[in-house]
Design a binder for this molecule. Structure first.
Ligand SMILES: NC(=O)c1ccc[n+]([C@@H]2O[C@H](COP(=O)([O-])OP(=O)(O)OC[C@H]3O[C@@H](n4cnc5c(N)ncnc54)[C@H](O)[C@@H]3O)[C@@H](O)[C@H]2O)c1
Ligand SMILES: [Zn+2]
Length: 429
C-alpha cells in the first residue's frame, strides 16, 4: 500500500540542527554566549503571557555585564498571523538596527523572531518569502543575524527548525516560510523555564511533540521520493536513519513523562524529559517532515468558530496548534497503518510500554493515542471544539491545500480518505 516508487529513487538524505545548550540554568549563560558573537544591541522577543513570568526580562538583564544593550519586546501574538508578524517587523525596524535576536517563549515567540530576523536583514516584505502558492516563495539573499531560541513550552521544537508558521488572515489559511537560514543559531533549552506552563498548554504542546515524532517516524522513506538535484533539496526529506533515532527516543521520553508533567507541573524530572523530547522530536521532524495530522490541523485552527481553550488567552477563539494536530491523529494513523504495520506497532509500544497488543494490530496505536488524549484532558474530537458533520467538506478543502505536507504521507491520500478521517474524528471515544 506504499506510494508508487519513482523511476530514479532518491539516494541522499540530509540532516541539519542548531547548536544546542540544554539543562537547568542554561538560560543564565545567554549574555556570555551572545558576547562571543561580538554583538552590542539585542532585541528579546516574547509574548505578554511569557513576559508576565519574568523569564524574558531575566534573560535581558544578564546582557549588561557583557556590554550588550538588551530590550524586551513583548508584542508577539499567540499563534502568529501575517498581520501580527508585520507589526513585529515594523516595531523591530523602528527600534533597530539590532545585532542579534533572542526569542524567549513558545513557538509563537520563536517564529515571530524568525520573521523579524529575516525581514530586518533581507529586502522586500513578508509576502515575498511565504511559501507558494500563498506567497512568493523567495529565498533570502543575505545571511541572517544570530538568533538564540529559548523555548518556554515543551512542544514545537521551533528552536531547531527552519520554519516560521503563520495564519494568513485574509485567506483563512495557515502556511509559513521555510528556509535553512531561518534555523536559530543556538537553541538554549532550560527546563526550569517550562515549569510555569499551565496544564492546558503542557497538554496541547506535548501533543505537538508526540505528533512530530509519530508523523516523522511514519513519513514516507526518503528513497521512495524521486531523485533531486543539489539545488532542489529542501529541509524535509522523508524518514531516514537519523530522524528515526530522534523520533524513537522522543516517544520513549514522552511515555515516561507526559501524563506526569500535565498533572504535576512541579515535577522537574518530567519537565526536563518533556523538554528533551520536544527538542529530539524537532530534530527528527525538522529533517523528515510531517503529514496528515499536521495537514488537517491547519484548517481546524483556521476555521475555528467559537472555541476558547483553558489556559490560553481568551480574547479570541482558537484551537491551539498542538490540540488541532492531535484531534485527527488516531484516525490518521488508523489510515496509514497498512503502509508500514511494523512501525505503527513499534510506535505504540514505545508510547505505552507493556500495553497488551489488541488482536487487530491496526487498532493498537489509535487506542494508545485515545487513552492518552482522554487522560490529559484534550477535547473528545473535532466535534468537541465546535465542528459539525456539515463542516467536513470545507475542512477537507483546507487540508488538500497542504500538498507540501501530504507529499510526506507514506501512502497516496485522496479527498475521500481525508473526509473519512475528519468524519470519524468528530468524536474519538
Ligand atoms: N516553527 C516550527 O517549527 C513550529 C512547529 C510547530 C508549531 N509551530 C507554531 O508554534 C505556535 C505554538 O507554539 P507553542 O505551542 O509553543 O505555544 P505558544 O508559544 O503559542 O504559547 C501558548 C501559551 O502559553 C503561554 N506560555 C508559554 N510558555 C509559558 C510558560 N513557561 N509559562 C507560562 N505561560 C507560558 C503563552 O503566553 C501562550 O499564551 C503555533 O503558531 C504553531 O503553528 C511552529
Ligand atoms: Zn507541530
Amino acid at each position: 500500500m506504499t506510494a508508487v516508487l519513482p523511476g530514479v529513487p532518491e539516494s541522499v538524505f540530509t540532516y541539519g540542527a542548531p547548536q544546542v545548550k540544554f539543562g537547568s540554568g542554561a538560560s543564565e549563560e545567554i549574555g556570555f554566549d551572545l558576547s562571543q558573537y561580538g554583538v552590542r544591541r539585542v532585541l528579546v522577543v516574547t509574548d505578554p503571557g511569557v513576559a508576565a513570568t519574568g523569564h524574558p526580562q531575566r534573560v535581558a538583564d544578564q546582557m549588561a555585564q557583557f556590554g550588550i544593550e538588551a530590550q524586551v519586546w513583548d508584542g508577539a501574538h499567540v499563534e502568529p498571523t501575517d498581520v501580527s508578524l508585520q507589526e513585529a517587523i515594523d516595531a523591530a525596524r523602528a527600534s533597530g538596527p539590532w545585532d542579534a535576536y533572542v526569542a524567549v517563549g513558545g513557538g509563537s515567540a520563536i517564529d515571530t523572531a524568525k520573521a523579524i530576523n529575516l525581514l530586518t536583514t533581507n529586502p522586500g516584505e513578508l509576502m515575498d518569502y511565504i511559501n507558494v502558492p500563498v506567497g512568493g516563495g523567495k529565498a533570502p539573499v543575505n545571511p541572517l543575524r544570530p538568533l538564540v531560541a529559548v523555548p518556554t513550552t515543551t512542544g514545537t521544537g521551533s528552536e531547531s527548525t527552519t520554519i516560521c508558521v503563520m495564519d494568513v488572515l485574509s485567506l483563512k489559511v495557515k502556511t509559513g516560510i521555510s528556509h535553512t537560514r531561518l534555523r536559530p543559531t543556538l537553541a538554549v533549552i532550560d527546563p526550569d523555564l517550562t515549569r510555569t506552563q499551565p496544564a492546558g498548554v503542557t497538554a496541547a504542546s506535548g501533543m505537538d511533540i508526540l505528533c512530530h515524532a509519530l508523523e516523522s517516524y511514519t513519513a514516507r522513506w526518503y528513497t521512495t521520493n524521486s531523485k533531486k538535484q543539489a539545488q532542489q533539496r529542501v529541509p524535509y526529506c522523508g524518514s531516514n536513519p537519523i530522524s528515526d533515532m530522534w523520533s524513537e527516543k522522543a516517544m520513549a521520553l514522552l511515555a515516561g513523562s507526559f501524563r506526569t508533567a500535565v498533572k504535576n507541573g512541579e515535577d522537574l524530572q518530567a519537565r526536563s524529559d518533556m523538554a528533551l523530547a520536544a527538542t529530539f522530536a524537532g530534530m527528527g521532524f525538522g529533517n523528515a517532515g510531517v503529514h496528515i495530522p499536521h495537514a488537517n490541523a491547519y484548517p481546524i485552527a483556521g476555521q475555528v468558530k467559537d472555541f476558547h481553550p483553558k489556559d490560553y488567552p481568551s480574547h479570541e477563539p482558537m484551537v491551539p496548534h498542538g490540540m488541532s494536530v492531535s484531534l485527527t491523529a488516531p484516525e490518521a494513523f488508523r489510515f496509514t497503518f497498512d503502509s508500514n504495520p511494523e512501525r505503527h506497532v513499534r510506535a505504540a509500544e514505545l508510547l505505552a510500554p507493556g500495553a497488551a497488543r489488541p488482536s487487530d494490530l491496526a487498532e493498537f496505536l489509535p487506542g494508545v493515542l485515545a487513552d492518552l488524549l482522554r487522560d490529559i484532558d484534550i477535547p473528545n474530537g473535532i466535534g468537541a471544539v465546535g465542528f459539525l458533520e456539515g463542516d467536513v467538506p470545507q475542512l477537507v478543502e483546507g487540508t488538500m491545500k497542504q500538498q507540501r505536507l501530504l507529499a510526506t504521507c507514506p501512502k497516496d491520500v485522496t479527498e475521500d480518505d481525508i473526509a473519512r478521517i475528519f468524519t470519524r474524528s468528530l468524536q474519538l471515544w
